[in-house]
Design a protein around this ligand. Structure first.
Ligand code: SF4
Ligand code: SF4
Length: 215
């Protein structure tokens, strides 16, 4: 009949005795178990935020951009944005003077979209975007959750643990030693040749030569 639940009890189900029916011994057993855990087991909880958790080096916190000598390592190649599954990354590159030639004019990660998968870190050819240890993010609006360069850039010294971890753990191709090399962060053939030429010459002597008044 509608409204009355069907009795699904099997006829051969075990009958509870008196103590089982009043539940009191079972409740006391449960309390005893909790008390044993409280006194004998180590404490797994933190009094957050007074006590902070410091994650291990393999932890994937929010992605950040590596900053070196006050500039982003990023060369604005767009690979991380293409690899990002929820399309959380967007950027615009601009040309700059210097061997690197390109840098992000603006770079944004929508932290409401980010799923902390680490694909951006995986594909970046410059080791310019890495997963930090920061896990406690708060925003008061959707706009605040879009992090720009001012919130994404983090000095390489603060990311040393993660950079060292990546160097030690990344899958290398046979015979290759994978490591970020500043010289690789030079993307112009013209400037590579120029740097090689510069290294092969005595720069001080060249400077003295150009500074000397012509006869
Ligand atoms: S961690 Fe994953 S989701 Fe987040 S920005 Fe990187 S690729 Fe996108
Ligand atoms: S993959 Fe690396 S270098 Fe390329 S845009 Fe992303 S952070 Fe910059």
């Amino acid at each position: 009949m509608p409204g009355i639940p069907a009795n699904t009890g099997k006829p051969n189900e075990r009958k509870f005795n008196f103590w089982e029916r009043i539940y009191l011994p079972e409740a006391l057993k449960g309390l005893g178990y909790s008390f044993r855990k409280m006194t004998k087991e180590p404490m797994y909880t933190f009094q957050y935020p007074e006590e902070q958790w410091y994650p291990p080096d393999n932890y994937r916190g929010r992605p950040v951009l590596v900053e070196e000598d006050g500039r982003p390592r990023c060369v604005s190649c767009n690979l991380c944005a293409r690899a990002c599954p929820p399309m959380a990354i967007s950027m615009q590159s601009h040309e700059i003077d210097g061997p690197k030639e390109r840098e992000p004019e603006w770079f944004e990660i929508n932290m409401l979209r980010c799923i902390y998968c680490g694909f951006c870190e995986e594909v970046c050819p410059e080791e310019a975007i890495v997963m930090s240890k920061e896990y406690d993010l708060t925003f008061q609006s959707r706009d605040e959750a879009i992090f720009g360069l001012e919130r994404l850039l983090m000095p390489a010294e603060r990311l040393r643990d993660r950079l060292d971890y990546l160097e030690a753990q990344r899958n290398r191709q046979p015979g290759q030693h994978w490591e970020f090399q500043p010289v690789n962060n030079t993307h112009s053939l013209r400037n590579r040749s120029f740097l090689k030429w510069l290294a092969a010459h005595d720069v001080e002597a060249l400077e003295a030569e150009t500074a000397a008044p012509s006869a």
